[in-house]
Design a protein around this ligand. Sequence first.
Ligand code: FAD
Length: 815
Amino acid sequence: MQSIPSQARVVIIGGGIVGCSVAYHLARRGCSDVLLLERRQLTCGTTWHAAGLVGQLRATHNLTRLAQYTTELYEGLERETGQATGFRQVGSVAVAASEARFEELKRGASMARCFGLEVQILTPGEARERWPLLAIDDVVGAVYLPKDGRCNPVDTTQALARGARLRGARIVEGVKVTGILRAHGRVTGVATEAGEVRAEVVVNCAGMWAREVGALAEVSVPLHAAEHFYIVTEPIPGLTANLPILRDADARSYFKEDAGKLLVGWFEPEAKPWGTGGIPENSAFEQLPPDMAHIEPLFAGAMRRVPILETTGVQVFFNGPESFTPDDRYLLGEAPELEGLYVAAGFNSIGIQSAGGAGKVLADWIIDGHPPFDLWDVDIRRCAPFQRNRRYLRDRTVEVLGLLYDMHWPYRQAASARGVRKSALHDRLAAAGACFGEVAGFERANWFAAPGEEPRYQYSYGRQNWFDASAAEHHAVREAVGLFDQSSFAKFVLKGRDAARVLNHVCANDVDVPVGRIVYTQWLNERGGIEADLTVTREAEDSYLIVSACATQARDFHWLSRSIPDDARAVAVDVSPAWAVLGLMGPRSRELLQSLTDADLSTAAFPFGTSRIIDLGYARVRASRITYVGELGYELYIPTEFAQSVYDVIVAAGGPYGLRLAGYHALNSLRIEKAYRHWGHDISDEDTPLEAGLGFAVSWEKAGGFLGREALRAQRARRVRRRLVAFALGRADRLLYHNEPIWRNGELVGKISSGMFGHTVGAALGLGYLANGGEIVSEDWIASGRYEIEVAAERVPARASLRAFYDPAGERVKC
Ligand SMILES: Cc1cc2nc3c(=O)[nH]c(=O)nc-3n(C[C@H](O)[C@H](O)[C@H](O)COP(=O)(O)OP(=O)(O)OC[C@H]3O[C@@H](n4cnc5c(N)ncnc54)[C@H](O)[C@@H]3O)c2cc1C
């Protein structure tokens, strides 16, 4: 048994490439009081058998920045540490065997350009010039990324470990962490086979063991292992070490030169989950039995693409476990359940290419107390607590491995482990033809199929099969009245004598308002970035109802709870399941609601921005005059057990008013016409209200100020260098989703943060930030530009506006 120190500032659990990268980056930032504990030997988990592909292009800009950083780091690591890494920048070729796949690759190429990556679109012939063994008879086109690379994962991990040790970090092998110590909601250290270690911060980098390590402290780390297969051939004459990586997602295969041989790996549509009952105690350098029947069809696809495989022998059939998360994105950051416990795990087959960047930003997060930029895509706070459920993880893992190489269709929904969280109205909506989408396990009606039609997605990059149905829902809301089930909203109550004081410091807007008022506000960090975007209703002198999005439930509740000072008399409670929410929206919503209640709904008695408890059917509900669609309307907060009866009453009375059920796709179309921002797309913790055009919701002079005010004041004085702007595309046959590059007078100035077709405006709409090369972004500068948006490598003219394209004065909302 190794001896270990009794104290360290940071303890890292796990000596795979991720743990070693976190140790390396902490040490590089000057935090050398780091102890990494590995239960067996460095790399013995998943890292040792990785194929070593290091790609750069990820789904979002910030994740691409991390992958780019990884290649830069690996490129110089050998020089810095003296330990070889095997890193080579050989480039990568991705081929498309269908028009749809080629559109996906070209959209990716546009994104790559926007993110500052070198990228080339290739003809099939050009692809074969770069990859001479390629069969191109069915290839439509290809994309080449010259800066992609490959490395030796074991050597790279050792180089990171050496770099960490050289800067003072201690790395101890052969010591297993058996417990996580805590007191008063904070981590205080770890228990190990060799004794306890006190620590301020503990980092769970335990790979496929991370769920079990998290469970030691009741922290949810939703991941599950799956088998992952590759083969290595006999030597193939003429293969050179400079051969690019080849990806053929249609054949679910990747190919890499490996010492004169070919390594061929797969992401099959139905994966084999592994270790559901727990990862075996003695697992180290694990090699699982090969499964020839499982890989045979995959092999056949690879042989069609690279025919020399038909006549080449196979030296190695490899099968090793890797961990996967329910949404194929890794888990990073401080766990909401326990202060000081950080997680970096669940790398979904891209842990080698992610480790550099993930290690760097996690080290920054630990040292600075916040992430260096928006990392919401991988932030562990996006997970719902139920997602650590083993059966759920097992069933979802069957699907997620294959999704890596499946078509990444817009609006694509998971097919496995569905129906987990349902609104009280779910069955009624299903009977009415709802097609559901899922957010953190919550089933939400996205659109309603017409009678006789099947509520099922037919995906494409163009107008999908629900386009017309959703357009009709949209028009019902603009012209008559629509009913949305928004029960998935997160709802918190903050109650107590100090509730107003506490909340007013958290909110940028003034929430010390009369009882019955609703306030739209942001929560800011001290840098002025937007941590949350929500509404706050004063229910009583000492009580607030706080409403935010389903996707940010854990994150927002965590932010609120941590913002309550120890000595304050205020308590936050998550009451989300207690309330169903119906959005009754549209110019005829008042008439319809008035027919069902005695309450006076006139504008004078019940103006916009107010909230009251009213009779509705046999129930008492909270009606709030607020909207996310830009029309007269009411959000109805209904105790869950009354939801069905209230819904029935509204639907029964709705016919004469033109009532129509509406889903989230229509909601998205309606809100983007109004340029209402969406947190997670249009606004994040790195965007300020001034950049986002939300200065109207900032109460600059309120007594006591608010968190983030000083940073915001400084920015106001300097004026903003980037600004969120609304765009309408000049061609109706092209659609915007996100990350499409924005060109101004032929120069790249930004990218689309969210997009949707606006059925009243009659165009594909998007929001996106514009930057002016570090100079002030003025209204004149915005107005004087000629704009184009790049869609699948083609530039399409677009109109830009600082104001919403629909009802910019907001007259329809307040009537
Ligand atoms: C076949 C295959 C091919 C792959 N190819 C690629 C590729 O080409 N490119 C790419 O980017 N990624 C690839 N990957 C994925 C990559 O290998 C992983 O994402 C990565 O290695 C994960 O690293 P890690 O540090 O998170 O986990 P691991 O390497 O598993 O490290 C976790 C460590 O934690 C230790 N540990 C666990 N519990 C405890 C405890 N209680 N106390 C102390 N220590 C503990 C374990 O012993 C283990 O060493 C591949 C994966 C597979 C299976």
